[in-house]
Design a protein around this ligand. Structure first.
Ligand code: SAH
Ligand code: TRP
Length: 321
């Protein structure tokens, strides 16, 4: 059974995008939030990123899920799996299979801003998980989404290292808010990329074939389509650099020349100096003790910590309380 519920009004994308552009592109330091990467094309390009040899987090997380899904399922007999930023739900299959075999799984609730990703993921899953109720939510996990009522223990999964795309204050707020939506006994399965050598990290966000650059610049195409802006994506360069102090990757789009971008639907013209950068996303990398402390501050107790054999990436299982 498949249902899909929109928690975003049909034009929310445009309304919220207008606000983000008005705020982010008129500031001294230009910036835009990363959720606008993921239109249908962006979701496809991200899926391509996950197959790149340089982008190790996907394979590392899959390796951990393959090795430990049975343990995860044994640790808590969940009735509902809610997954935030589920995308293609491809790795999630390992979890769904284990939770079905070792427990009580009845329902899967994938939550994503990308309706196209949710629909294609669900179509694929329904073929293999016939008795599973799939209740997809088109929602922004950072603002005003609500976990549907569950009549049994729930596991919240937040995979792919997406939590690293929040700034530390947003992370604290996000963890506290999902904790507030949970009951004692509910669990959080969290995927976090780990601090490692700069070369490996930077390559993961700047592959040689340019798929990452295309994904990043797709943001400009979204602005052109949704707001009739006149970006020429070729006049911007994809930049990914390691901030060693904050321990995060910073993604920026750098203007290759002096240029002015027009947003006729906003009555706005945005000047870019040559080499001026538009900041779009960070991808924070973590250490075990930091994660444990952040989880504890939000009311979670870390119970299990698994890494891939090469110790590039970690998956943790925490419980409320
Ligand atoms: N979990 C998948 C996808 C990770 S990419 C994996 O591990 O491969 C991040 C996903 O989060 C994308 O599918 C994107 O559409 C979604 N996303 C990004 N920002 C979001 C937001 N604010 N609210 C809901 N979903 C969001
Ligand atoms: N959540 C992903 C990550 O932090 C998102 C991502 C991967 C990304 N590659 C990117 C975002 C390149 C912007 C540009 O790993």
């Amino acid at each position: 059974m498949f249902t899909i519920t929109r928690h975003l009004p049909i034009n929310a994308a445009t309304t919220a995008l207008r606000e983000d552009v008005l705020q982010g592109l008129t500031a001294a330091q230009k910036s835009l939030p990363p959720k606008w990467f993921y239109d249908a094309r962006g979701s496809e390009l991200f899926e391509e990123i996950t197959h790149l040899p340089e982008y190790y987090p996907t394979n590392a997380e899959r390796e951990i899920l393959a090795a430990h899904s049975t343990e995860i399922a044994a640790a808590i007999a969940v009735h509902t799996l809610v997954e935030l930023g589920s995308g293609s739900s491809e790795k999630t299959r390992l979890l769904l299979t284990a939770l079905r075999e070792n427990g009580n799984l009845r329902r899967y609730v994938p939550v994503d801003v990308s309706e196209s990703a949710l629909r294609s993921a669900a179509t694929g899953l329904l073929k293999n998980y016939q008795n599973l109720a799939i209740h997809a939510l088109v929602a922004d996990f950072q603002s005003g989404f609500v976990v549907p009522p569950t009549d049994g223990p729930m596991m919240l999964a937040f995979l792919g290292g997406t939590i690293g795309n929040f700034f530390p204050d947003e992370r604290a707020h996000f963890l506290a808010s999902i904790r507030d939506m949970s009951q004692p006994g509910d669990a959080l399965l969290l995927g976090t990329d780990l601090v490692k050598d700069e070369q490996t990290l930077v390559a993961a966000y700047n592959d040689v074939t340019g798929v990452t650059a295309a994904f990043h610049k797709n943001l400009l195409s979204v602005l052109n389509r949704e707001l009739a802006a006149d970006f020429n994506p070729e006049m911007f360069e994809h930049v990914a650099l390691w901030n060693a102090e904050s321990e995060w990757i910073e993604m920026r789009l750098r203007s290759l020349r002096q240029q002015t971008i027009n947003f006729p639907t906003l009555g706005l013209s945005v000047p870019f100096a040559r080499d001026e950068e538009l900041r779009t996303e960070i991808s924070a990398k973590f250490r075990k003790e930091g994660i444990r402390a952040e989880l504890a501050a939000a009311g979670y107790t870390l119970k299990y910590w698994w890494t891939d054999v090469a110790e590039r990436y970690a998956l943790s299982l925490s419980v409320v309380g």
